[in-house]
Design a protein around this ligand. Sequence first.
Ligand SMILES: Cc1cc2nc3c(=O)[nH]c(=O)nc-3n(C[C@H](O)[C@H](O)[C@H](O)COP(=O)(O)OP(=O)(O)OC[C@H]3O[C@@H](n4cnc5c(N)ncnc54)[C@H](O)[C@@H]3O)c2cc1C
Length: 469
Amino acid sequence: MKRRTFLRNSLAVGVSGALGTLAGCGFKSSEPQSPVTFAPGQAMPWINWAGNQSCTPDWRFSPTSEDELIAALKSAKGVVRAVGAGHSFSAVVPTDDTLISTDLLSGLVRHDPEKMQATLLAGTRLHDMGPLLQSVGQAIPNMPDMDYPALGGAIANSVHATGTSFGSMSSYVVGMKLATVSGELLECNAETNTEIFQAARTSIGALGIMSEITLQNHPSYDLTEVNKVEKMEDVFAEMEARCKAHRHFECFPIPYSSLCVTVATDIARPGDKTIGEDDPQAVNSFRKVFESVSWVPLVGQALYEKVLATALGGMEEVIRTGPAYQVFPHVRMVRFREMEYTVPAEAGPACTREILDTIKAKNLPLCFPLEYRYVKADDIWLSMFEGQDGCSISVHQYGDLDYKAVFAEIELIFWKYGGRPHWGKIHTLGEKQLTQLYPRHWQDFQEVRRELDPQGKLMNAHLKALFGA
Ligand SMILES: Cc1cc2nc3c(=O)[nH]c(=O)nc-3n(C[C@H](O)[C@H](O)[C@H](O)COP(=O)(O)OP(=O)(O)OC[C@H]3O[C@@H](n4cnc5c(N)ncnc54)[C@H](O)[C@@H]3O)c2cc1C
């Protein structure tokens, strides 16, 4: 039976039918669905995908050319921020002064079939990038499991996927053009403006706005992805072997259970077929079951685990196959908020076990599956993977529920394991701790930042806290 059918059946018949979804036993929504109100006649508020960040910029502008971008940056009043697709959970975008959207800077600029490189405008959304690269026989070596971001927004935050042999998206950048607040357009690559290049490959939008980005690609390829439910400890026991055996391997540990969903992705073989279908609402099913049973005194947690084991135990594999740019991303229909830290790769299992144990021991209202991925080390100054192979562990909370209290509990665990926060996801670290997490190049980055933006025009409140600016 498919995951979708089984989970929904178990809800309808097994759990809710037997126990009833008693009034008052569900989570209480505590987060406003939209933190902004729009008053006609007033400036239009900006809001991020997750609905937890907003601002009301005095001036918004979408340049259609590099000349317009440079002019806008130079003449902008107050704090200037760039926005790609607004898919960051952290406050990297908000400004009530000037917001520059890269939406209209989109498309393929040129490609080099010999070097297997392609240059795209920085506002190109990842879902447009895939077909554009495919049209010239190229594909990015790795991609995250959703394709909504703009290329520039993804590079600014070192967006990553999974695979022990693959770095973050920033690690595939071999060149860029960077527009600065002083009105320059800098070519940056390994030979020209090399220090700026090292800083700008993960800049959190603190150095200027990239207009073009050149990627080192692979010849286009097809993938086959296999999803199945397994025991978390069995997966941990074989983690190294699994990561070696598959081009990409990740898992989604399920809180309050001993189970996880594993995703193994490899180059497609002739005859591979799509079997079954993804259920973008599956996380809502977890929540319904959890709300139905977890309140039961003394046995709630055990009951939840039992229902899940029954519901998920008999599930068949879901297999997806096709061009890489179609297989990597998944549809996200459930709004959530996310915190992610990257710990040293070898600390991944212990850190994850401690998170799962803490959720259970403290009875935290957190049943959204975690995400567990590996990323190869790189040499990019502020990349979460700088100098060390990383294990990126994400914790999510449903968009209408309080995330601050539960994330605060889990964040302590990430700190214990020396975790570096994802720049685009929720965390509470400031300059003091971050300097220590990036001992090699934190100061180098600050020097480049001060050189390119001496007046701090690009510093909103969040970036000021990050950089102590
Ligand atoms: C549903 C969902 C799933 C996600 N999955 C993943 C995942 O699998 N892996 C992962 O790593 N992250 C993931 N994220 C996080 C997200 O991909 C990152 O936060 C990403 O940076 C968002 O890109 P964006 O285009 O929306 O950028 P925005 O959020 O709009 O901006 C991010 C930063 O980039 C800067 N910026 C934007 N464009 C430029 C430019 N041209 N030049 C310079 N700076 C610029 C902005 O000023 C800001 O500082 C996910 C987020 C969501 C909502």
